[in-house]
Design a protein around this ligand. Structure first.
Ligand SMILES: [Zn+2]
Ligand SMILES: [Zn+2]
Length: 344
């Protein structure tokens, strides 16, 4: 709750006029308790998880739409009931694990000093804090994930997340309840180290969730080889071929806005992993010693745990260049089905 009852009081305390964003924040939050504002996280998580993967679901279910070529593992197809079961299982986890965790974790948020008052942080402050949160999350998640691929961790906990060898957006948070709790630590560590405003915290929760959905989307244009159509805009040409109808192209453009297509904004983030990168980890499954990082690629590069992935990509590239026959074991994105190179 803000310590001012009117806009005039807030402006007097700040010694200047409020910006538009600050006025909006005042009007929205002035009479709400900090606990109430913190609990918005539950709503943000629920909305993003329910809405963002929907285009992917429609794409996967629209078999005649010609989108299979954009799937990393097109031969793996989930039925509508299987897709809904994934959503239902995750919602169950939200209601019985994530929600209660959010409700009781408020004292720790107060303790680390996440603030709700004015002034609002600058754009740069928000950007730099989010960058720190992503870096801290990525590094910590890397080591926890790598530990979960040990015999005990995998059999007892992480195996559940790997039930989807060809992930879909809804499967991003699909995991054992213990994993959901454990992986809450990397998400919380960044804000604990560099506490910011509640709005930054909401943004962090939202972006992290969207990023996880994208990396589990199972869609990529990297495997498409039919680049005959020219839109006049070079960045749109990749992935649109001359056989696409106008409707199909529009749907493709909409989906590409969200998922791992060549012109998504995430493509311009240095060392960003994306769907293709994490899909390989799911494809190999429990034996995987590659691609442990959740967001970026540099941890796997530094610690040598991207060898299997690199090997597969190089092999597939050579095969595509030379021998076309025999590549299509699981739709063309991977060649060796279950083996992975060890990190050493
Ligand atoms: Zn894993
Ligand atoms: Zn995953």
């Amino acid at each position: 709750m803000l310590p001012y009852t009117t806009l005039d009081e807030a402006e007097a305390a700040l010694g200047r006029n409020l910006t538009v964003a600050e006025t909006l924040w005042f009007n929205y939050s002035a009479k709400k308790s900090d606990y109430h504002l913190y609990c918005h996280n539950i709503l943000i998580l629920f909305l993003i998880f329910s809405v963002v993967p929907l285009p992917l679901v429609f794409t996967s279910l629209w078999r005649s739409g010609g989108f299979d070529k954009y799937k990393i593992q097109p031969k793996v197809k989930l039925s509508p009931s299987e897709t809904f079961k994934c959503y239902k299982d995750v919602m169950f986890m939200f209601f019985f694990v994530v929600g209660p965790l959010q409700l009781v974790s408020y004292p720790s948020v107060k303790m680390i000093g996440i603030r709700t008052n004015l002034p609002l942080p600058s754009g740069w402050e928000v950007f730099l804090q989010l960058l720190v949160y992503f870096m801290v999350e990525d590094f910590t998640n890397y080591w926890i994930h790598r530990f979960l691929h040990g015999k005990w961790g995998y059999e007892k906990i992480h195996k559940v997340h790997h039930e989807y060898t060809a992930p879909i957006g809804f499967a991003a948070p699909y995991a054992h309840w213990a994993e959901v709790l454990i992986l809450g630590i990397p998400s919380f560590l960044g804000p604990a180290m560099v506490p910011g405003h509640m709005i930054t915290f909401w943004l962090w929760i939202a972006l992290r969730q969207i990023e996880a959905i994208e990396t589990h989307s199972g869609l990529s244009c990297k495997i498409v080889g039919d680049f005959k159509f020219s839109s006049g805009l070079p960045f749109l040409d990749v992935g649109i071929n001359m056989h696409n109808s106008r409707a199909r192209t529009l749907v493709l453009l909409f989906i590409s806005w969200i998922y791992d297509f060549p012109w998504t904004p995430t493509k311009y983030i240095p060392f960003y992993g994306g769907a293709d990168y994490h899909d390989y980890h799911h494809y190999v499954g429990g034996q995987s010693q590659s691609n442990f990082a959740s967001v970026f690629t540099y941890c796997d590069f530094i610690y040598g745990t991207d060898k299997g992935y690199r090997f597969q990509k190089k092999l597939l590239w050579k095969l595509k260049k030379g021998v076309e026959n025999g590549v299509d074991q699981n739709g063309g994105s991977y060649y060796v089905p279950t083996q992975d190179l060890k990190s050493d």
